[in-house]
Design a binder for this molecule. Structure first.
Ligand code: BES
Ligand code: ZN
Ligand code: ZN
Length: 508
């Protein structure tokens, strides 16, 4: 989808559909909001008439199309909800809803009227960016295995009109950044949506190599032989049941000249999680092709970092393996020795994410001396129980890092919520026979004991945050209607916008 900026008023445009936001009716007989006057003019008073008859209300998710009596196309109105409650996220969702509603409706060129989406106290640069982001992400379809819907928006133009024409340069700059980021998110979703027969650990390594070549990043791939030399017993253990051997993939973005900080971003890359010998029930098992979402998000973050030229140096690490049962598989009771020498008692082969991350975290701390480590992992069902599927769990003992990530979360539209990590959880992961055990056999605080396990491999000297993205990494039928409209079914690439914003903010 192309995104353009036009200084004119949307009414002057040669587009098939003008898209406008419509604030919600305040009380019973409130007249058509002033902001909609230009739209009413466009359709010769039909909008005010429909409003008066209460055929539309401006409620969120309400999409109404009115044909222009002059025969020059249509006006599509998308509800913004109560005026006082609107924010940037409201605009993202509204733009996505419009684009989705117009699929298959002979609308390839549409124009958004910027002024109709304006939000109190938010500069037009941000509103325009939110329109572009919502349109690009909401219009996403995974089309590798079937043709696209018959028609979809190909070109979205944001019309500034006389209110905002004077700021066209700054609006263009802001939209440009967001288009780059949204394109990265779409690219990331394309990889995360690949099924496990295609997206093997080796394939993820190839994607990293191709990315490195395209953008000039250094890429190192450690195959199973090297993993054995480096004592990466976690990756090798988890991967041992699969005929697709594990990979540890490292990408390096050097940062802007004189970069002072190094941020390590580490992702769980289980290309399929059957549970292994501790096998999962078959219900929704196909969802476990998304268990690589953390690692794929790391690819996206590196791509965004390089394209947007963020200041800090960024090291991305993908811990890739497939978790299957077989005669070669690792088993409950096994003890694995990891990169930094620490040992893991395996009590449940389905708690495999923390096991592969153990090697990746130990490796990156030892080899790259990062100032900050952030890991992303679809780690626990417990986190989904705690927070639902729209919010990621944030676990860290570093308050500064927690604040920086919370800020980036609210700015990016990818919410996270902090959960505790204390000695209680550290105690629970201690093992009788090894340094740590990968499962506590008892249900309480599953997301938090997983974090305590990971902390063992980072140590307490490096600021580190763990993002459990098991909930928001993908959406499916059951919960899709509660998810933001710009996250169609399948992989969301959750974490890319959040961590990129954190890097853009200077990685505090
Ligand atoms: N990949 C799963 C976590 C998961 C579950 C993500 C559901 C998304 C939806 C992870 O490897 C896993 O199986 N975790 C176990 C841990 C337990 C065995 C300690 C879980 O959450 O049940
Ligand atoms: Zn598992
Ligand atoms: Zn898993």
């Amino acid at each position: 989808m192309k995104i353009a900026i036009d200084r004119r008023d949307a009414s002057a445009a040669d587009v098939e559909v003008v898209v406008s936001g419509l604030p919600e009716r305040a009380e019973g007989d409130a007249p058509l909001p002033k902001a909609a006057a230009a739209d009413d003019l466009l359709v010769g008073g039909l909008l005010a008439a429909a409003w008066g008859r209460k055929e539309l209300s401006g409620r969120r998710k309400e999409v109404t199309t009115i044909h222009r009596p002059d025969g020059r196309g249509r006006l599509t109105l998308v509800g913004l909800g109560p005026r006082g409650a609107a924010d940037v996220e409201t605009v993202r969702r509204a733009a996505a809803e419009a684009v989705k509603a117009l699929k298959g409706r002979a609308a390839t060129r549409v124009g958004f009227r910027l002024s109709s989406f304006s939000v109190p106290r938010i500069p037009p640069e941000e509103v325009a960016a939110a329109i572009a982001e919502g349109a690009l992400l909401g219009g996403y379809e995974f089309t590798r295995y079937r043709p696209p819907k018959e028609s979809s928006v190909e070109e979205a133009t944001i019309f500034l009109g006389k209110e905002h024409a004077g700021r066209s340069r700054s609006v263009a700059r802001s939209v440009d950044r967001t288009r780059t980021l949204a394109d990265v998110v779409r690219w990331t979703r394309d990889i995360a949506n690949l099924p496990a027969d295609t997206a093997t650990p080796e394939r993820l390594a190839e994607e990293a190599r191709a990315l490195g070549k395209e953008l000039g990043l250094k890429v190192t791939v450690h195959d199973e032989k090297e993993l054995a030399k480096m004592n990466c017993g976690g990756l090798l253990g988890v991967g041992s049941g699969s005929s697709h051997p594990p990979r540890l993939v490292v990408l390096e973005y050097p940062g802007r000249r004189g970069a002072k900080r190094t941020v390590a971003v580490v992702g769980k890359g289980i290309t399929f999680d059957s549970g292994g010998i501790s096998i999962k029930p078959s219900m929704h098992l196909s969802d476990m092709k998304f268990d690589k979402s953390g690692a794929v998000a790391v690819l996206g973050i590196l791509r965004a970092a390089a394209l947007l030229k963020v200041a800090p140096r960024v090291v991305g690490v993908l811990a890739c393996a497939e978790n299957l049962p077989s005669g070669h598989a690792y088993r409950p009771g096994d003890v694995l020795t990891t990169y930094n020498g620490k040992t893991i008692e395996v009590l449940n082969t389905d708690a495999e994410g923390r096991v592969v991350l153990a090697d990746a975290l130990g490796y990156v701390v030892d080899r790259h001396h990062p100032d900050v480590v952030i890991d992303l992992a679809t780690l626990t069902g417990a986190c989904v129980v705690a927070l639902g599927d729209d919010t990621g769990g944030l676990m860290t003992t570093d308050d500064r890092l927690a604040r920086a990530l919370a800020t980036a979360a609210s700015e990016s539209g990818e919410p996270v919520w902090r959960l505790p990590l204390t000695d209680y959880h550290r105690e629970l992961v201690k093992s009788e026979v090894a340094d740590v055990r990968n499962s506590t056999e008892m249900p309480p605080a599953g997301a938090l004991t997983a974090a305590a396990f990971l902390e063992t491999f980072v140590g307490r000297n490096v600021p580190w945050a763990h993002l459990d993205i098991a909930g928001p990494a993908w959406t499916n039928g059951g919960t899709r209607k509660y998810q933001p409209s710009y996250q169609p079914a399948g992989a969301t690439a959750f974490g890319v916008r959040l961590v990129t914003r954190y890097l853009e903010n200077g990685a505090a």
